[in-house]
Each structure stands twice: as C-alpha cells, then as structure tokens.
Design a protein around this ligand. Structure first.
Ligand code: P6P
Length: 336
C-alpha cells in the first residue's frame, strides 16, 4: 500500500510550503536520508558482508570500534559532504570537527553514526542519531566552539532505527513524524504521523546492574516502581533494557515509558555515560516535541550549556509525569 502514503521527501516539501520555508530543510535532510539507507543496507547484510566484529581500533571515547561503526561513520561523512548544506560535522567517532571544504554551508551536523553497536554481533537493533545546528555568524566551522550550542538551538534532529524494519524519525520543531523504509521502492514512507509520548507509563528502562552506584533519588524512583501496586505508585511496572538508546527512545515514542542513564558514583568522573551533543540533545528535542520531558534530573537537557564536544550528561527522558517525579525526587534530595 506504499503508493497511498507520502514519502519523506514529499513530507519535507509540504512542510517547506506550509511554513513558508526555503528549501533548506529538504536539502539538509536529503543527504542524511541517503546515508541512513546505505547504513541500513550494510547493517542488514551483517555477516554476509563481513560487517560483524571489531575494527581493531578505539574511538575518541576509548571505546572499541566495531567494523560497522567505522563504515557508518565513513558513509555519514561522505554523503553529508556532498549536498553543500553543512560547513562542518562532528561525530562520536572523531576527536575533532570535520570541516567540509568548498561549500558555503550554513549548518553544522552532529551524529552518532551507529549507536548501540555492541548489539551488532548479536543482531539486536542499532541506530544512527543526528542533530543539526546553524553555523553562528562569523564563526569558524573548523573550531569546536561553533558547535557548542545548547540543545534549544537545534533546527532539526532525529534517528534512524535499524530493526526488524528500518525507520527514520525526525523533528524540525513542528512535532515528530516516523517514516518506514520500503526497500523495494528505496524510499521512506510516512507511517507514524504526529508521534506523541503518553504522560504516564508503566514501563521504565535503566541498566539495573548499576544500582549500587545510583544516587538516592534515582534509587528511590526505581524502588517505587519495583514495589508495584502495593507500593507508593499503586500500579505494577515493567522494565526494559536494550542497551541501544535509539531502540529505547523509539519504544517510548510509540508507547510511552521513561529511560534513565543517570550520573552515578562510578561514571561521575566522566560526567555520566551518554554524550550531550549527539545523543542526549537530539533525543531530548524529539521527546519534548512529542509532548514528553527530558532532564538531567536537575535541569532541562536542552538548556545545558555545552563546554566540550564530547561531554557527557545524565539523561532521564520520556513520559512527562515520570520525568517530573524524578526531578521532584532530586529537588527534595538536594534540599530544594
Ligand atoms: P550500557 C550504547 O553504547 C549507549 O551509548 C546507548 O545507546 C545505550 O543506551 C547505553 O550506551 C548502554 O549502556 O551500560 O548498557 O552498556
């Protein structure tokens, strides 16, 4: 039934006309869409293309790189340099910024080319996360300072999810829409219009093996959920942990939930686990645009003023009432 749906490109053109915008968003997204289709193809070929296993190298985070981490990064850098929209790019896999020469691009692209890649070899969903900022006036795109903008400055953000189907979910600040790749046609089609996060949920996601490191407000929140209907929440909860943020956020956008990766006693020295600029901020933009909330526990994620390209941050995002409960617990603990 694809022929009765609209393609992602049609959607962008419609938004462009509806909002009286220039062709900027359509151009911004064109190369991202192509890159995500190419990565989807490589991910889906898996072992048949020799794409499993490690690349024998480490990234700037000191993490072992998978073969597909390197391939996905190369695809994103190459494809997104072609359209002329981006003056420079920043990747989880690169220490410094990557300048795009020979164009007058007015935007900056930040991305995690293959989030959750520890799941590749066991065939669990992984994804690509992207965020777009404007190049500030008179800024040097070759300097990371041009990228250090709070999440509220994003003009576009989204992810591709390489799961049983490949989906691309994005926002340009007017709600969240999900598109599914029809491989036979080679196009993304609108399948999940106006995605919204229910304010309440019965599902939380956290790496429970870290419980001994958690701050008291996080421990309190999780124990309340675990206490079920006999406890203070008066209802039973379920728990999920995929170890792939894209898959967790997608589940929350489809059926609600709350995802936590707090700063804890073990990761505090690094500032947490998840990266602000190309994981937390784009996902926070999507969740807020879908009516949810995204906090560090102590402040709105998209209000955090970045000090470094690869800085990490606490993440608590999803159903609004759950995030507000977490913020309340932190405020009480801090004596606010
Ligand atoms: P843990 C993947 O490496 C990632 O950055 C997120 O996608 C995911 O939510 C988290 O880290 C998984 O962390 O502690 O389960 O390895």
């Amino acid at each position: 039934m694809s022929y009765r749906r609209i393609t992602l490109t049609h959607y962008l053109l419609q938004e462009q006309r509806r909002l009286g915008r220039s062709g900027a968003f359509t151009a911004l997204m064109h190369d991202i869409i192509t890159a995500c289709k190419m990565i989807s193809h490589e991910v889906n070929r898996g072992a048949m293309a020799g794409n499993l296993g490690t690349a024998g190298s480490e990234n700037v985070q000191g993490e072992e790189q998978k073969t597909l981490d390197v391939l996905a990064n190369d695809i994103f850098l190459h494809m997104n340099a072609l359209g002329g929209s981006y003056a420079a790019m920043a990747s989880e896999e690169l220490d410094d910024v990557h300048v795009v020469h020979g164009n007058d691009g007015r935007y900056l692209l930040l991305f995690d080319p293959l989030d959750g890649s520890s799941n590749i070899d066991v065939d669990i969903s992984v994804g690509t996360i992207f965020s777009v900022l404007r190049l500030p006036e008179n800024a040097n795109p070759g300097h990371k300072g041009a990228f250090l903008q709070a999440g509220m400055q994003q003009v576009c953000a989204g992810y591709a999810l390489y799961g049983p189907s490949t989906m691309l979910v994005m926002t340009t600040g007017n709600g969240v829409n999900g598109f599914t790749l029809d491989r036979d046609v080679g196009m993304f089609f609108l399948t999940h219009p106006n995605m919204t996060v229910p304010a309440d949920t019965k599902e939380f996601a956290i790496n429970a093996s870290r419980a001994r490191f958690w701050e008291p407000p996080v421990k309190r929140y999780v124990e309340e959920c675990q206490a079920g209907k006999e406890g203070p929440r008066g209802k039973d909860f379920n728990m999920r942990w995929v170890a792939s943020m894209v898959a967790e956020v997608h589940r929350i956008l489809v059926r609600g939930g709350v995802f936590l990766y707090p700063v804890d006693a073990e990761n505090r020295k690094k500032g947490g686990k998840l990266r602000l600029m190309y994981e937390a901020n784009p996902m926070a933009f999507l969740i807020e645009q879908a009516g949810g909330a995204a906090s560090t526990g102590r402040e709105r994620i998209m209000a955090v003023e970045p000090g470094d390209l690869h800085q990490r941050v606490a993440v608590m995002l999803g159903s609004k009432n759950e995030v507000e409960r977490l913020v309340s617990h932190h405020r009480e603990f801090d004596g606010g």
